[in-house]
Design a protein around this ligand. Structure first.
Ligand code: GLN
Length: 454
């Protein structure tokens, strides 16, 4: 049934780059066979999922939604996807995304925009952004093409698309999920996580995805807690922090009201609510848009026309010409913009003025959170400053696109677990999400607050 839905919705949503119906059926059959033999089923036994096309999948095209990787079929499987298959999940296909996970609307994909299944209630039929970069994942889960999907989050790419489409997504603590076999964007920020219909499904899937991996030097060598078993919406004795600095001038009234509603729900669940301060919040976005492109410019140097995917070899070309032609043809505009910003901020003359400064800001942001968490257990904030916008509305204005990440990047810079839960709708009938940010390693606290909201 899911395979049929994936095929039927492809034209309208463009959520998948490649469908793999046989893989999903094979996992379902394997689960049936185990059940027949009375064997225990894995955490994800028989569940068909979508795989963001940033995860390397053996023998199945892996593109990061870029022309430069078109046709690349890895010889290896990412650790996270392998763990999901080991837990019994099956793959419905590879999901569309912003190219190299750079974007907030899924408009930078070489394989075309993903279209949100949502529409405004004004009778118009404007195609809306599913968020990004995990826009294929959010559209597919929201349209019920799959019960769950993988996402990755560098500066908000799980949380923002989840908020835009009325689903749930959690970015765990940096290091919880192995980055091995995930196409690298900004290695000190990239983190995988689940996107699903509700908190419980996220807890189940995260248990299957997480765990130490000696192949990723930043992987956390800690046991994976039983998050599903630990779920509880009773927040008695918990303190929820409301960061003063997130209440920005000109904040949308609907977002402010949603936030107040979230506070009321958490109080009803028994929590005490306290005001906290994260004084360096306003520097998070500029710091992120220096650090992420800097790391990207270095990571993307590997696409040289030799090792993967596309090769453009003009007649009589030498090696330099081949690099230039391949990269000119292979990378999209946003990717080139990031590479240019990244190489600029890392260049000898500007390194201290930009990159070193941004790293210092990053430390200050982490210290802000550490201090705030002396006074509270979790932090509640909006996920995004607005609901979903129309495709094309921001695509010519990178700065306004970047501003959409204002509430999601601070937790990324600090490596903290953070989640978006559906919390209401705006007056146009579009979903809005609330964000819960937790202490490092306290995914349980985050999930429990999420459960109390949903
Ligand atoms: N929107 C942010 C960016 O474009 C975050 C992307 C992400 O988390 N992968 O960088």
């Amino acid at each position: 049934a899911f395979n049929a839905n994936v095929a039927a919705a492809q034209e309208a949503l463009n959520a998948f780059i490649v469908a793999t119906p046989e893989a999903a059926v094979e996992a379902a059959r394997a689960t049936d066979a185990r059940r027949a033999k009375g064997e225990a089923l894995g955490k994800m036994g028989g569940v068909p999922i979508g795989m963001k096309d940033l995860f390397a999948t053996r023998g199945v095209q892996t593109t990061a939604a870029s022309h430069i990787l078109e046709g690349f079929r890895p010889e290896y499987e990412s650790t996270v996807s392998q763990k999901l298959w080991d837990a019994g999940a099956g793959m419905l296909g590879k999901l569309n995304l912003d190219q190299f996970a750079m974007g907030s609307s899924n408009e930078t994909s070489y394989f075309g925009n993903v279209i949100s299944p949502w529409r405004r209630n004004d009778g118009g039929n404007a195609a809306l952004a599913p968020g990004g970069s995990s826009g294929g994942s959010s559209a597919a889960v929201s349209a019920r093409l799959c019960p769950a999907a993988t996402g990755t989050d560098t500066g908000g790419s799980i949380r923002q698309p989840a908020a835009f489409t009325g689903i749930t997504g959690i970015k765990p603590t940096y290091g919880r999920c192995s980055r091995w076999g995930i196409v690298a964007f900004a290695s000190s920020l990239d983190q995988a996580g689940p996107m699903a219909r509700d908190t419980r499904d996220c807890a189940i899937m995260l248990e299957a995805m997480a765990g130490f991996d000696p192949k990723d030097s930043t992987s956390l060598d800690m046991p994976v807690p039983q998050w599903e078993a630990g779920l509880s919406a009773d927040l008695k004795g918990k303190k929820v922090g409301i960061p003063r600095e997130y209440r920005m001038d000109g904040m949308d009234a609907e977002i402010a009201a949603l936030w107040d509603q979230g506070v009321a729900w958490l109080k009803d669940a028994g929590a005490e609510v306290v005001e906290i301060s994260l004084p360096h919040t306003k520097y998070a976005l500029p710091a992120y848009y220096i650090i992420a492109p800097a790391e990207a410019s270095s990571n993307l140097a590997r696409y040289d026309g030799v090792r993967y995917g596309l090769r453009d070899l003009p007649d009589g070309a030498n090696l330099q010409d081949m690099y230039a032609a391949t990269r000119a043809a292979g990378f999209g505009a946003e990717v080139k913009r990031r590479i240019l910003i990244g190489t600029y901020v890392l260049s000898a003359g500007f390194y201290d003025a930009y990159y070193t400064q941004a790293q210092k800001v990053r430390t200050l942001i982490s210290q802000d959170f550490a201090r705030a968490f002396e006074e509270c257990d979790v932090i509640l904030a909006p996920t995004t400053p607005t609901a979903s916008f129309a495709l094309g509305e921001k695509s010519d204005d990178p700065l306004s696109m970047y501003l959409n990440d204002v509430f999601s990047v601070p937790a990324s810079l600090a490596g903290l677990p953070a989640m978006s839960v559906p919390a209401g709708m705006n007056r146009e009938g579009l979903p809005l999400g609330l964000q819960v940010i937790g202490k490092a390693f306290d995914e349980q606290g985050v999930l429990n607050a999420g459960l109390a909201i949903e």
